[in-house]
Design a protein around this ligand. Structure first.
Ligand SMILES: [Zn+2]
Ligand SMILES: [Zn+2]
Length: 353
């Protein structure tokens, strides 16, 4: 198999040859047809996350080994089954759930693979969709996309379930009560679509960019708030008609987390999703007195992926704008994302597509 891999952090991806893995046990070998290029690929490529105060968390220390074919928004065709793999056949087109764990602990067996303490995520800790083939450990990690556009369906594996899982954590909120979404990029527009699909009627979106606020409005945000400068908390409270029960922070930087937290009402929840980086100082007595929750949300689980795909198959989710580019140009795609030249989602399309 071939892969367009990170060989050295921060350096151009290199085309390399790797042995094609042989599926064992319940494993399924999948030939990649599509793979989304995600923002977190940029962090993996750079090799670190900014964790605030000028400190960095090295991904190498976290077990990321190079060379690595990144890519975790994968759609592909079943190419070969391990002897114990049941329920799929060669040629089936499937979304590959990438947020894998050890496969044997309680969390993994409960289909909360993304909560496993031994992550083996595709495109992070194992080769992913920037290569021609990937291994799914079990057929339950493969989701039938039906008649959905595979380039769009690929994005459900990360940006899709990330948003879906965060929205579920923000609930319950009555349909008429405000839910605040911080960030109107790809994830933000996704969140608006998911909230609409769930019949939510009061979506407040915060962004610093007037163009993105306008895009949010077109996508169905009921109110938009300028996230730049001073007074953002007050503007959120004004737009929402009072302090809010739930904020989903898709940026999650020092500034956004601050104004989002400060906008919470009693019993409020701040769901932190973004990986922008920075830190948040919490007033501890207020956490108790106002019964606040600050909860991180990382991707989602296979159940959530299936629920999201079924929402999309019911026609309740508008397709995200996607642009496809040859898998061979994976490095160009990554650089376009780094340079902020991507609107919607860029998806690699392989020769097998
Ligand atoms: Zn991602
Ligand atoms: Zn596990």
């Amino acid at each position: 198999m071939r892969a367009w891999a990170v060989v050295e952090n921060g350096k151009p991806l290199q085309e390399i040859e790797l042995p094609t893995p042989e599926p064992k046990g319940t494993e399924v070998l999948v030939e990649v047809t599509h793979c989304g290029v995600c923002h977190s690929d940029l962090h993996i490529w750079e090799g670190y996350y900014d964790i605030g105060g000028g400190r960095k968390m090295s991904l190498r220390d976290r077990g990321v080994v190079l060379p690595l074919a990144m890519g975790h928004e994968i759609v592909g065709r079943v190419a070969k089954l391990g002897p114990d793999a049941k329920g799929v056949k060669v040629g089936d087109l499937r979304i590959v759930f990438p947020w894998l764990g050890c496969g044997t602990c309680e969390k993994c067996l409960a289909e909360e693979d993304n909560m496993c303490l031994t992550p083996r995520s595709l495109g992070v800790y194992a080769n992913g969709g920037y290569g021609t083939h990937v291994i799914a450990p079990h057929p339950r990690h493969l989701v039938d996309l039906g008649a959905l556009d595979p380039a769009v369906a690929a994005t459900y594996a990360c940006s899709g379930i990330t948003v879906y899982s965060a929205v579920r954590k923000a609930m319950p909120v009555q349909a008429h009560e405000a839910i605040v979404v911080v960030g109107a990029g790809g994830l933000g527009l996704n969140a608006i679509a998911v909230l609409h699909a769930m019949q939510h009627q009061n979506i407040v979106v915060v962004d610093v960019s007037p163009e993105k606020r306008e895009a949010a409005r077109r996508a169905g945000a009921h109110k938009v708030v300028d996230g730049s400068g001073e007074g953002v908390t007050q503007r959120i409270i004004d737009a929402a008609g009072g302090p809010v029960l739930a904020v989903i922070d898709l940026v999650n930087g020092t500034q956004t987390a601050r104004y989002a937290f400060d906008a919470l009402r009693k019993g409020g929840r701040l769901i932190q999703v973004g990986l922008f980086g920075g830190e948040l100082t919490l007033p501890l007595p207020l956490m108790a007195i106002r019964a606040l929750t600050v909860q991180g949300s990382y991707v989602g689980n296979p159940k959530e992926l299936r629920e999201l795909v079924s929402l999309a198959q019911d026609g309740k989710l508008p397709a995200l704008p996607v642009d496809t580019i040859s898998q061979r140009l994976a490095n160009d795609a990554l650089m376009r994302l780094r340079d902020g030249k991507v609107t919607g989602r860029l998806v690699l399309r392989s020769e097998a597509a």
